[in-house]
Design a protein around this ligand. Structure first.
Ligand SMILES: *Cc1c(COP(=O)(O)O)cnc(C)c1O
Length: 218
């Protein structure tokens, strides 16, 4: 556990009003408790089963964020309701969350995952695709899915100018589509991980998702 790095990033985020999500996937309950005891409350997990196993063994006031691809047949296992799902990567997931939300009379807070990396990543909407979808009102029908903003992952590369351009593209897409939502609600830009969070912050991130830099390599 890298407490010094954690304390530094925590302060940096606090000073700039950015939410720090400690990405705890593959890490133990004991490791999570070490950060919890140092004041961290936002944790990110990417597998529902692993998350569900951890939830019952950890304090209730942890604010859980899900950051990984979710199969539609797994939405029934979203219990407790996570504070935010960052990986809203397709319409069929919104449909499944809507149905589950109606059934349980709850709402799911979701970010729209957008492909910004040049490499053909599997998950998320392309920028033109989401601009079309949002612009034609296709996201207006959901009453149990609340769209809170966007999420994206930059290309895994040493070329920091490329990473910066990708974050700029996400930021600009966010601004383009924000008008189709309630701007007070649609305000999160989740971008930045261990290798690129500083650039993400410079480019307007409001939420960084940091794992290995804090917890050590997975
Ligand atoms: C694993 C993961 C992270 C954190 O990655 P690190 O490089 O360890 O900081 C952030 N976002 C998503 C979507 C992830 O899957």
């Amino acid at each position: 556990m890298e407490f010094e790095i954690f304390d530094r990033i925590k302060k940096e985020c606090y000073d700039q009003n950015i939410t720090l999500i400690a990405v705890s996937k593959t890490k133990s309950v004991e490791d999570i408790m070490k950060l919890y005891n140092r004041g961290q409350r936002f944790f990110g997990e990417n597998r529902i089963q692993e998350w569900a196993d951890k939830v019952t063994r950890l304090p209730d006031d942890i604010r859980w964020h899900l950051i990984g691809h979710i199969q539609t047949n797994k939405v029934k296992f979203l219990d407790p309701v996570p504070e935010l799902i960052h990986s809203g990567d397709r319409i069929s997931l919104f449909d499944a969350l809507e149905k589950e939300g109606q059934k349980r009379d709850i709402e799911f807070n979701v970010l729209i995952q957008i492909k910004i990396a040049e490499e053909e990543s599997k998950y998320g909407f392309s920028i033109p695709e989401i601009e079309g979808i949002a612009g034609t009102g296709q996201l207006d029908k959901y009453s149990h899915v609340r769209f809170k903003g966007v999420m994206g992952m930059a290309t895994f590369t040493d070329n920091m100018e490329k990473v910066r351009r990708e974050f700029q593209a996400l930021r600009s897409c966010f601004s383009q589509i924000q008008r189709y939502f309630d701007p007070y609600e649609f305000c999160a830009i989740s971008m930045g991980m261990s290798g690129d969070y500083e650039i993400a912050i410079e480019e307007g991130s409001t939420m960084v998702r940091i794992g290995s830099l804090i917890f050590g390599a997975r």
